[in-house]
Design a protein around this ligand. Structure first.
Ligand SMILES: [Zn+2]
Length: 193
């Protein structure tokens, strides 16, 4: 990637960040902005761009005092579903960001097969979510920061390395610092309360 592309990506992440803080802009404006970006990059938006969207989801979780973990599912460079942790809201351990995003993607696409989809998530998936990812045939998982206590994509174990009938590709460490600090800041603030 040349230097100009890199500068454009960095600027686009900043602009995206600004847009998410301008509540007066509606979804249609955001969609058109993403279409322009995807045209500029010849339909090749970066992993950082989509991880930033997952981070925005994590911020929504933090706003309602949920542990800030966010996810998006992308197909053909388009975000088809969003999810953030809602375990406390529903008092239910199944409501992880990834499960919510997978659920929405299946509803939207009308199928359980998400073969041509990629899942971006701020924290390494747990065994439950890694299992759901295998079962839904997601082609690639991109996560931000490692979960040393319950990560199932290499930290505690690697479910994607075992001989199941589907083995998603994994990309780790995208926007690792931001994905990690949103969690540590959240717990720091919680202790102050
Ligand atoms: Zn999980």
């Amino acid at each position: 990637m040349n230097r100009i592309s890199l500068v454009i990506i960095q600027s686009s992440v900043l602009i995206e960040f600004a847009i998410n803080y301008i509540y007066t802009l509606n979804k249609e404006v955001k969609r058109q902005y993403r279409m322009i970006l995807s045209f500029v990059f010849m339909n090749n938006l970066s992993d950082e761009f989509f991880m930033n969207e997952a981070l925005n989801q994590a911020r929504l979780a933090a706003n309602i005092l949920e542990v800030p973990i966010g996810a998006v599912i992308v197909r053909n460079q388009e975000i088809i579903s969003y999810g953030y942790n809602k375990k406390e809201t529903f008092k239910n351990s199944l409501h992880h960001a990834e499960i919510i995003a997978i659920n929405e993607a299946c509803k939207k696409l009308g199928t359980w097969r998400l073969c041509d989809c990629e899942l971006f998530v701020t924290l390494e998936p747990c065994p439950m979510c890694a299992g759901a990812i295998i079962n839904s045939r997601i082609s690639r998982v991109i996560f931000g920061t490692e979960d040393l206590k319950s990560g199932a994509c290499g930290s505690v174990l690697n479910l994607f390395d075992l001989s199941f009938n589907h083995r998603p590709k994994v990309t780790r460490g995208i926007l690792r610092e931001q994905c990690s600090s949103i969690l540590s800041d959240f717990f720091k603030n919680l202790r102050k309360r």
